[in-house]
Design a protein around this ligand. Structure first.
Ligand SMILES: [Zn+2]
Length: 262
């Protein structure tokens, strides 16, 4: 899945658990329940999607199920930070399973404090834990928090801003790790073959949506044989195309520019 984890999402070597970790991330937390207890419409849509038992992308008539999900603002935590924030011996409690097998939105949320007393009161934690904590926000989240944060792929956090995370049992000062997660698509080997692309390549996604159709460019392919085909975009991108009302998606290998200037 997405790799939001720390470091090198491209390697297909190493032990499976570690790979899963890295790839994790990005998932969708749209499933978040908002402050007033109502469900985000995007989350509601997502909740209808089912996972397969074997972790592979479902194919029908030779075509893969192309799942496009919003990855709402969320936090990845290390085991150490979970214990600091929620108490000694605490482990995350799955609240909602995500499309990728083994990944979940946890019951736990954190308050994130920004400059000049700005804050986000309850940012969802995603599990499982990782080797390093990281927070992924949409641009509008960053504005609300008063931060200027870079667009990065998960795990690529060197030089990014940090922030203060406040939990019921303690506080963690992240020195770095607050990013806007760059759009991307998770693929396994069969999916790579279907689209004729390689790990790290860029693709375009056309979204058919009433009065809001659009093409998102520069989706990075993140290959991992433990994942199912899934595009992750952020809340701003999902809102721009009214993803909840989208009627179709087309994922395309990026074409060279036809003009004479590139
Ligand atoms: Zn992802």
């Amino acid at each position: 899945m997405s790799a939001e984890i720390v470091s090198n999402p491209t390697s297909l070597t190493g032990d499976l658990d570690h790979k899963l970790d890295r790839s994790v991330v990005e998932q969708i937390v749209r499933q978040l329940v908002s402050n007033n207890g109502t469900m985000d419409p995007i989350a509601a849509q997502q909740s209808t999607q089912l996972s397969t038992a074997d972790g592979l992308t479902p194919y029908h008539n030779g075509q893969p199920d192309l799942i496009v999900n919003v990855s709402a603002r969320h936090i990845h935590l290390s085991d150490r930070d979970v214990e600091i924030l929620f108490g000694p011996g605490h482990t995350l409690t799955p609240m909602k399973w995500l499309y990728q097998d083994g990944y979940y939105a946890a019951e736990e949320t954190l308050m994130v404090v920004g400059p000049r007393k700005r804050m986000l009161p309850n940012v969802r934690v995603l599990g499982p834990t990782r080797s390093a904590s990281q927070m992924e926000l949409a641009y509008t989240d960053a504005v609300q928090l008063g931060l200027d944060i870079p667009v990065r792929h998960s795990g690529d956090i060197a030089g990014t801003p940090g922030r203060v995370l406040v939990g019921p049992a303690g506080v963690v000062h992240l020195d770095e790790g607050v990013i806007r997660a760059a759009r991307h698509v998770h693929m396994n080997t069969a999916d790579l073959s279907y689209y004729g692309v390689e790990d790290g390549e860029m693709m375009d996604l056309r979204i058919e949506s009433p009065a809001c159709s659009m093409i998102l460019e520069d989706l990075k392919v993140r290959a991992d044989d433990a994942v199912k085909l899934e595009v992750h975009i952020d809340t701003d991108e999902g809102n721009a195309c009214n993803l909840a009302a989208a009627s179709g998606f087309e994922l395309m290998k990026k074409q060279p520019c036809a003009c004479q200037n590139h």
